[in-house]
Design a protein around this ligand. Structure first.
Ligand code: ADP
Ligand code: MG
Length: 726
């Protein structure tokens, strides 16, 4: 009998499903988005201005205005074929959540009424039992209400009007990623604006900008369906390395296979309709790995767009007979996937604060933001690391080209020198000459020396890349708000401290503003000096600020505890982004997610080992036995001479079978021991240290069998088939 795998493979050659997509024209851009220009057409000028002011100042929109916006939204959406609306939010399960409500109601006489006004626009009460991913343990009230976020435009997705929203429990606990993100953005805006005003009184607002680069794998849907592991866990739990992997890097930036390019065309078309500014697409390092990147936007919008992209990708892939694999490490032996998050700060006057300038004062401003960001990252290194910790990322970080789990900041050799010069500034008031020297010789030259400051170390998890910081540890599947919220918060805290330092020098010591800035900046540099001097002594001058080495070997359940450390709680409580209870809840949710993922992987591996691998290996053993018996019939007692290899193979297979059986028994035992624990951290750690190791040992025996057993019998699509799309 032919295996499903062989059937799918035989069809692959003949029926690639190519769906022609519409050509891409700029005029499609944001056609499905109810953005400013469309709202403007529907509202009176006065209402429109009022709405803008509310959004700008983040004040509550009055019911009267909400009614008018709702009417406009509904009219626009229905004119485009919408039948339903939903509050669209990013739940802690990691998925986007929707509950579609019809625009139409039936009245008592059976007439249809359109029903959507300001009240429905502003708030919805979705009744989702378990959007916290908290398993059976309902420690936290998971029911709540979603609230419209007017700063992100509503959009039409299929025939549903989606209204970007936050989701908060009845007892006031944020149950989503957007609400803390918005709070962190507001604090960062406040802190950065105050610092900017030392330089330019005209600055009213600072926006964090985010540009993501999303990596993923594409796998043929039919082949993926032969793999319960890919379908259930999003990754392969075994599979022998293909004889050709990524050695030649020939996939990287190579030509995109035509099947894939059809997928990309349609994906880009859908993204454009939804106003997602996708810019580049290319092959990544691993075979069948791709990347799609956006043009940066205000962080809130960029986060929404990334969350939406993941959903769109899935739908488009379905049409093209692909499965999008978003797991951080779907295939052993080759690179995993991340979501590089490029982050910067932009003023309302259009200045990028993380970009060197043409003037010495502009450069001083740049240095202030640059140095403070680094100081914040160093101070809250564990927290930042925790923001990207997950079961999937544990398999990826530190492997191949992926950023090491250890956080290190790459700032380039020359910028390191500049910081060292600055540090020499004598304490107190500077003489006019000193100040001029500093400005012209040190700060004034920043753009020149940055020219050769290329980020050569692509594995640095947090890198300065000329005009932005790039955080590379974020997992491909993660919601980008998670790391961005942390980054915003730690930088906000640092900038508030900086502002206070400068202001108090000006006030108490009657110091000139420039002197005060130099002095506080110098203090910040001295605080991060240890990392700089280690680096200066480094002969190779790698210009990498290494942080403490204690981080390196932590598994996710250990790393995640940084969320509830004293310094994190005080950071988030002071900034009013999270209460201690909210942090605890998120920590528990992440632990539970780690446990569930690992448990499902372990069960899937156990099932597949017992139901797929062992029976297939025994089937092959039977063939060998049959063969040996045949030899005996033909050659009589001298059969042994002809069957030594067969006998050795039989032996080898039996050894692997025994090891697999024993491994599965032991693994189930380890799971049982973990499952009886009530404390989630304890349970997660047992999974990490006592269950996960079995995944590797059992796998190694299954992979060995894959090499031995007749290819025609093997039921699971092999790496070489999954990874090389034609
Ligand atoms: P690369 O990192 O491959 O050299 P780019 O410099 O073009 O490529 O940018 C990579 C990503 O960084 C893109 O998503 C881009 O939009 C984003 N990016 C560029 N400038 C900024 C910025 N000021 N703020 C946030 N993201 C940015
Ligand atoms: Mg990049």
């Amino acid at each position: 009998m032919q295996t499903l795998r062989k059937k799918v493979l035989s069809k692959l050659a003949t029926t690639p499903q190519l769906i022609d997509s519409k050509s891409l024209h700029q005029e499609f851009f944001a056609e499905s988005v109810f953005n400013r220009s469309k709202i403007q057409k529907y509202l009176s000028h006065k209402t429109f201005v009022q709405m803008e002011q509310h959004i700008e100042k983040r004040t509550a929109i009055s019911p009267l205005i909400a009614d008018q916006i709702a009417a406009a939204m509904k009219a626009w959406a229905i004119s485009k074929g919408a039948t339903h609306y939903t509050h669209w939010f990013q739940a802690l399960t990691g998925a986007t959540a929707e509950k579609h409500e019809s625009f139409y109601l039936l009245d008592d006489e059976g007439n249809t009424l359109e029903k959507f006004d300001g009240a429905q626009l502003v708030q919805q009460i979705p009744d989702y039992p378990n959007l916290t991913n908290n398993g059976e343990r309902n420690t936290f009230e998971a029911r709540g209400y979603s609230t419209w976020d007017p700063s992100s435009p509503a959009f039409l997705y299929g025939t549903t009007l989606c209204i970007p929203s936050t989701f908060i429990s009845y007892d006031g606990i944020a149950l989503d990623y957007k609400s803390p993100l918005l709070k962190s953005l507001q604090k960062l805006d406040q802190a950065a604006t105050e610092v900017c005003r030392f330089f330019d009184k005209n600055i009213q607002k600072v926006t964090a900008t985010l540009g993501w680069e999303q990596e993923f794998f594409l796998v043929d849907r039919g082949l993926a369906q032969t793999r319960p592991d890919l379908m259930l866990t999003g990754r392969t739990v075994f599979g022998h390395a293909p004889s050709k992997g990524q050695q030649f890097s020939d996939h990287y930036f190579g030509s995109i296979p035509s099947r894939v390019s059809h997928f990309f065309k349609e994906l880009e078309y859908e993204c454009k309709l939804l106003g997602i500014p996708v810019k580049t697409r290319h092959n990544e390092v691993a075979p069948s790995q791709y990347e799609i990147a956006s043009v940066f936007e205000a962080a809130n919008l960029a986060v929404d767009h990334n969350a939406l992209l993941l959903d769109v990708m899935d739908k488009v892939a379905y049409k093209h007979n692909f499965v999008v694999v978003l797991h951080e490490k779907p295939f052993q032996y080759i690179n995993g996937s991340g979501k590089h998050s490029n982050w910067s700060l932009r003023t309302n006057t259009g200045i990028n604060l993380i970009s060197p300038s043409k003037t010495p004062m502009g450069n001083l401003q740049f240095l202030v933001f640059f140095v403070n960001t680094i100081a914040a990252v160093l101070k809250h290194e564990s927290l930042l690391r925790a923001s990207s910790a997950s079961a999937g990322n544990d398999l990826r970080l530190g492997l191949n080209e992926a950023p090491a789990a250890l956080l290190s900041i790459f700032i380039g050799e020359h910028l390191t020198q500049v910081l060292e010069e600055l540090e020499k500034v004598s304490k107190g008031k500077l003489s006019p000459q000193e100040k001029t020297d500093l400005k012209l010789n040190v700060i004034g030259k920043i753009p020149e020396i940055l020219l050769d400051n290329t980020d050569s170390d692509r594995t640095s998890p947090f890198a300065f890349t000329g005009n932005k910081f790039e955080f590379r540890s974020v997992g491909s599947k993660d919601n980008s708000a998670k790391a961005t919220t942390v980054l915003n918060a730690i930088v906000a805290e640092q900038l508030f401290q900086f502002r206070e330092g400068v202001a108090s020098l000006i006030e108490s010591k009657d110091m000139k503003k420039d002197d005060a800035i130099f002095n506080v900046l110098r203090e910040v540099i001295i605080n991060i000096k240890d990392f700089l001097s280690t680096n200066a002594n480094n002969q190779k001058k790698k210009s990498k600020i290494k942080t403490s080495t204690t981080m390196e070997s932590k598994v996710a359940p250990e790393a995640l505890s940084a969320f509830v450390s004293k310094s994190s709680i005080s950071l988030f409580e002071n900034l009013e982004i999270f209460s201690a209870a909210e942090l605890e809840m998120r920590y528990q949710v992440d632990l539970q997610s780690y446990i569930s993922k690992t448990q499902i992987e372990s069960r899937t591996l156990g099932d597949m080992a017992l139901n797929h691998v062992i029976p297939t290996a025994i089937q092959y053993q039977n063939t060998l036995i049959e063969n040996v018996r045949g030899f005996k019939e033909v050659y009589g007692q001298s059969f042994k001479k002809h069957t030594q290899e067969q006998m050795a193979l039989l032996e080898q297979i039996s050894e692997h079978l025994a090891a697999i059986n024993q491994g599965v028994v032991d693994m189930v035992d380890a799971r049982k021991k973990a499952n009886i624990k009530d404390d989630l951290k304890e349970k997660a750690l047992l999974y990490a240290h006592h269950v996960v190791p079995y995944l590797n040992t059992i796998r190694s025996h299954c992979d060995a069998l894959e090499l031995i057993v007749d290819d025609a019998l093997w039921p699971l699509a092999k790496y070489r088939e999954l990874l090389f799309i034609r």
